[in-house]
Design a protein around this ligand. Structure first.
Ligand code: AKB
Length: 318
């Protein structure tokens, strides 16, 4: 990767991935693109306004900046997708198709994330294997499975270097997620710091895979830098670092903030989505094929999240 374009750079993953890549590859070599200007990512490197559904503008930007790698992070997430399935299909698939077409024109490598949402209720729930039943029941999941197949198709048919991971819920402290089923695992830290209380939309006992942002960023870079001859799979790899249910994250916070209290007001849409997803993934293939090895767990992540969000709160930033 020498000249990188991050599309959807203003989002939860995009904003941190852009800074991470700029530190590794140089500010001027990482172009951030988003539908609207975002001061966090436009101040220390090139920024372009881009609606990814405009394929010609995407092609113009790739050509202008001599891009060799595109990270496509544009997506409507699972809960929002269920509110407006046709819009989710239009944006999620439109973004990917345009990325793949432009990548074919300019011979770019492409990273586009899949998700635990690619699985469904008939998938084995625990230690979900890499290659298994994928019959999702959400529009988000339908887009993710279609996306995996499309990215593999462009690799086989046009020799485009497409690679991807199935992200779990990503927990971070820079940009808030929006519209996901796993968002509660971010919101709980903010509410703990701001009010000492949290109303959880996910029922007790509902396990989902989660990951701290630094591990997610490492996964993106490590996979895109991996030796292609070692990759048996491409689109997309199971990756995992921790799996927990709401009581466990609440207990980790309570250990550090004894006054913290969590109650439940379950959101039936999120409950149904979470119920259809795996409890935990088996990431053996990612470990064997490109050396995936997460560093964070629930305890170390909770220490860091409360420290960073606590500091932001003291400074009046949240
Ligand atoms: C969501 O909850 O929709 C996302 C995901 C797991 O892909 N965070």
């Amino acid at each position: 990767m020498k000249k990188i374009l991050v599309v959807g750079a203003g989002g939860q993953i995009g904003s941190e991935l852009t800074s991470h890549l700029r530190k590794m590859y140089g500010d001027s070599n990482v172009v951030a693109a988003d539908i609207r200007r975002n001061t966090n990512i436009s101040s220390d490197g090139p920024f372009v306004e881009l609606d990814i559904l405009e394929a010609q503008r995407l092609a113009y930007i790739v050509h202008k900046y001599d891009i060799d790698t595109i990270f496509n992070l544009v997506a409507l997430l699972s809960a929002t997708g269920e509110k407006n399935p046709s819009l989710a299909w239009k944006i999620n698939m439109g973004a990917l198709m345009n990325t793949l077409e432009v990548a074919t024109l300019y011979q770019c490598a492409v990273f586009t994330p899949s998700s635990i949402g690619a699985f469904g209720p008939t998938t084995p729930k625990d230690k979900t294997p890499q290659d298994t039943i994928m019959r999702p029941t959400t529009m988000y999941g339908v887009c993710k499975v279609t996306g995996e197949l499309l990215a593999d198709y462009y690799h086989q048919r046009y020799n485009i270097d497409t690679r991807s991971v199935r992200f779990p819920g990503i927990i971070s402290n820079v940009t808030l997620p929006g519209g996901g089923t796993t968002d509660y695992a971010v919101e709980i830290y903010y509410e703990a710091v701001k009010s000492g209380k949290f109303v959880c939309p996910i029922p007790s006992g509902m396990y989902m895979d989660m990951m701290y942002m630094p591990d997610a960023l490492d996964a993106c870079v490590q996979l895109m830098e991996a030796d292609p001859s070692k990759l048996v799979h491409r689109n997309s790899f199971n990756i995992a670092s921790m799996s927990f249910e709401p009581e466990m994250i609440a207990a980790a916070i309570k250990k550090r903030m004894p006054g913290f209290e969590m109650t439940y007001e379950v959101d039936p849409v999120k409950e149904a989505i979470a119920e259809s997803w795996p409890n935990s993934l088996d990431d053996t293939c990612a470990r064997e094929e490109w050396g995936w090895c997460p560093k964070w767990n629930l305890e170390t992540m909770t220490d860091d999240m409360l420290k960073v969000i606590g500091r932001k709160h003291k400074e009046g930033l949240i």
